[in-house]
Design a protein around this ligand. Structure first.
Ligand SMILES: [Zn+2]
Length: 195
C-alpha cells in the first residue's frame, strides 16, 4: 500500500494532496479496508499514517482521519464484492479530458481494457455522499470511471490491476492529446460526448 501510494505520486497520477487509494483485506466473514489518510500527499504515505477502517467506515487503526473520499470507497466495495483495490487519481491528461466535452478515445495497439467503454458520471462535490452514490453506481459494470470535472476512478480484483488501469487511461489521454495537437484534426465526432 505504502509503496503503491508513493509510486503513483511519483508517476504524476496524484499531484499535490490529490487522489486516494485503498486495499480490502479479508477478515473472518467480513473485511477491513486500509485507506490513505485525509490531507496527506500520497508522496508522504507511510506505515505510521495509513488508516484501517471496517466495512462501515469505523476507524480501527491509525492516527489521522481516513480519506475524505472514504464513502466512495466503502460504497464501491459493497457493490462490487470481487474488488480488492481502488485508486482515485487527478492525473493531468485524463482529468483535462474530464473538464472538456471530449471523450478519451480507445487507442488501437495501446493495451486493452476488458470493458473498453469509458463511462463518465456527472459532477458531484468531492467527498460528498452524492459522489459516493453515483460513482459506485457508475462502476457497477465498469472497472474505470471518469468523474466529470474531477478525475479518474479505477478498481481491480487487486490494487495492481487498479493502478495499471489508471495508468493506462492517463497514457491514452496523453497520447490522444499529443496526436490531436500534432495533426490539428478534431477528435472524431463519434468519440465525443453528447452535450
Ligand atoms: Zn478527487
Amino acid at each position: 500500500m505504502v509503496e503503491i501510494a508513493n509510486q503513483i505520486y511519483k508517476n504524476g497520477l496524484t499531484p499535490g494532496k490529490s487522489g486516494n487509494i485503498s486495499i480490502k483485506i479479508p477478515c473472518n466473514i467480513n473485511y477491513k479496508i486500509v485507506i490513505s489518510p485525509s490531507g496527506v500527499s500520497l508522496k508522504n504515505i507511510n506505515l505510521e499514517n495509513v488508516i484501517v477502517i471496517d466495512n462501515e467506515g469505523n476507524k480501527l487503526e491509525g492516527h489521522g482521519k481516513p480519506s475524505s473520499e472514504m464513502n466512495m470507497h466503502l460504497e464501491i466495495y459493497k457493490k462490487r464484492r470481487e474488488v480488492s483495490g481502488i485508486v482515485h487519481t487527478h492525473s493531468p491528461y485524463a482529468t483535462g479530458f474530464s473538464f472538456s466535452g471530449e471523450k478519451i478515445p480507445h487507442l488501437e495497439g495501446f493495451g486493452k481494457i476488458i470493458k473498453p467503454y469509458l463511462n463518465e458520471i456527472n459532477y458531484a462535490t468531492p467527498g460528498s455522499k452524492e459522489l459516493a452514490k453515483i460513482a459506485s453506481n457508475g462502476l457497477e459494470k465498469e472497472d474505470i470511471l471518469i468523474l466529470k470535472n474531477h478525475g479518474v476512478l479505477a478498481i481491480g480484483t487487486n490494487i495492481d490491476e487498479a493502478v495499471l488501469l489508471a495508468e493506462f487511461i492517463e497514457n491514452s489521454a496523453k497520447t490522444s492529446f499529443i496526436a490531436h495537437s500534432l495533426t490539428h484534426e478534431p477528435i472524431p465526432a463519434h468519440l465525443k460526448h453528447s452535450r
